[in-house]
Design a protein around this ligand. Structure first.
Ligand SMILES: Nc1ncnc2c1ncn2[C@@H]1O[C@H](COP(=O)(O)OP(=O)(O)OP(=O)(O)O)[C@@H](O)[C@H]1O
Length: 487
């Protein structure tokens, strides 16, 4: 579940100044380079410090796609996958040259007849959206006027921003499919009279789509595909799972159920397997989940106030690219936005506290580059794809309240999704987590162990070095982004 309202940050009395102080009970130690590493465990890249030159090498997308160990690897072309020529034209217009690994593996399973349910997992930014959108576009029947106006596929996402984003992928990929219409079903503020849904593809949030079916403005009888994006989030906790189940139960029994996410914790996967019975599955091991192109770092802050000062310092370094700052609560987002704005900085903020139309305006401004810094909560932790994001800041370590232990625990999934807003499809990005006390350090340590990944320390006593490091990474991100577009 979204932990948007979770409070973070422990008592400042037990704050830490050095990570060594916090390391006592944890099964990890700090390496000489200052990275969080697990004792004796095999690591993806040992001993990476800030001086390393990993990012001097400009990696080409075509090289990544030729490397069998890379999530973007594939041996096939989109033509080999048997897609409609009009969809291939749409993909070419989007400059998609080759499928990624998840697309290559998932599409034959998704598009096979008779249709089978599907549960797919792959790392953030590896093209899951295209995988399910291509299946949807391949399965709908646009051969008659009547079918063009009959809902045939429903795609559900946890937030309006993600639903709108998926909608634009449907439009782009299906641009050459004559008669394709799309309905975005997200909450509207003013109580409007519900209009009949006359689009073949519906993308929306589960509450709104469920209401449309219940009020009989969306006829579900011809729906053949149901997709849940961010499926682990949609099927966990309270609220969303009921809404998703309600939608599914109103659809024909023959509907193909398709679930995708970068993360599927075991308990949720078990439920997912019931939600999508007898599904074909593609899954990843926990240690495979982090994306190599995302450089994970942390900063020791002596206090909450120092977090803010470090943020402002960091922001001063950001002359290029866009960044997202994740905080634990709506109140924290509002507070940081207020302080930074009062000091003359241009920042935007998006949380569940603001109304739909305003949310749309903020995310659109961020996508277009008009706003370069976005302060947000977990509401935007998942799925949002803005290729220019070169830096993610976890102002607060993501945590959830565990009702069994009655303690706050690290929110592993949310950490992964948050940092995954950068480093999209082979690009390089930086994710910096602030820790202001022993508790936060312990949580980050647990996250590092959980994913068997390095989280290196940034030395804030040397801001020139911090700047050098971040600029170098961002420069390469830009070079790669340019390459990906030109390719
Ligand atoms: N085959 C491809 N060739 C080039 N670019 C691609 C291809 N497939 C996807 N992309 C691009 O990669 C980016 C990431 O894709 P997408 O948003 O689908 O990732 P995702 O796997 O759903 O990530 P997340 O888990 O964060 O939701 C998008 O900008 C998309 O346009």
């Amino acid at each position: 579940m979204s932990s948007e309202n979770t409070e973070t940050g422990g008592s400042l009395a037990d704050r830490i100044t050095k990570p060594e102080e916090a390391a006592q009970p944890a099964p990890t130690t700090e390496s000489p380079e200052g990275s969080l590493v697990e004792d004796g465990a095999s690591k993806k890249s040992q001993g990476s410090g800030l001086q390393e030159t990993d990012y001097d090498v400009e990696v080409k997308l075509s090289d990544l796609q030729a490397d069998p160990n890379n999530p973007l690897f594939s041996v096939k072309s989109f033509e080999d996958l048997g897609l409609d020529p009009r969809i291939l034209k749409g993909l070419a217009a989007m400059k998609f040259r080759k499928p990624s690994k998840v697309q290559e593996r998932a599409l034959p399973l998704l598009m096979h007849n008779p249709p089978k349910n599907f549960i797919g997992q792959s790392q953030s930014g590896t093209g899951k959206t295209a995988a399910f959108v291509l299946n949807v576009l391949s399965r709908i029947d646009l051969s008659t006027e009547e079918m063009c106006h009959t809902p045939q596929a429903i795609i559900l996402a946890p937030t309006r921003e993600l639903a709108r984003q998926i909608g634009s992928v449907v439009n782009d990929m299906g641009v050459f499919l004559e008669g394709l219409e799309l309905q975005i079903s997200v909450p509207v503020e003013i109580a409007q009279r519900p209009k009949r849904v006359t689009a073949a593809v519906v993308v929306g949030t589960p509450g709104t789509v469920g209401e449309q079916i219940k009020r009989r403005v969306l006829n579900p009888t011809a729906v053949r595909v149901l997709v849940l994006d961010e499926a682990d989030n949609m099927l966990e906790g309270q609220g969303l799972p009921d809404q998703c189940l309600r939608v599914k139960n109103m659809l024909p029994k023959t509907v193909q159920v398709v679930l995708f996410s970068a993360t599927f914790p075991t308990e949720v996967r078990l439920y997912a397997e019931k939600f999508a019975l007898n599904a074909n599955q593609i899954s990843l091991r926990q240690e495979e989940l982090t994306v190599e192109g995302i450089k994970q770092l942390f900063m020791d802050c002596n206090s909450e106030e120092e977090k803010y000062n470090n943020l402002v310092q960091l922001y001063g370094l950001l002359t290029v690219g866009s960044s997202i700052i994740f905080v634990g609560t709506r109140a924290a987002a509002a507070e940081i936005e207020k302080r930074m704005t009062a000091e003359g900085h241009t920042v935007a903020s998006l949380t569940g506290a603001i109304e739909g139309a305003q949310r749309d305006a903020v995310i659109d401004a961020f996508r277009s580059g008009q706003a370069k810094v976005l302060i947000t909560t977990n509401v935007l932790a998942r799925g949002i794809d803005v290729s220019t994001v070169s830096l993610v800041v976890n102002y607060d370590v993501p945590v959830v309240f565990d009702p069994r232990s009655r303690h706050r625990e690290p929110d592993y999934q949310t950490y992964l999704h948050r940092i995954g807003r950068t480093g999209r499809f082979g690009r390089i990005g930086v994710a910096i987590t602030f820790v202001a006390n022993r508790e936060e350090w312990g949580w980050l340590n647990d996250i590092s162990n959980h994913f068997a990944c390095h989280i290196d320390r940034l030395d804030t006593s040397d801001w020139d070095e911090v700047e050098r490091m971040i600029k170098k990474t961002i420069k390469n991100t830009r070079a790669q982004a340019r390459f990906a577009v030109e390719q």
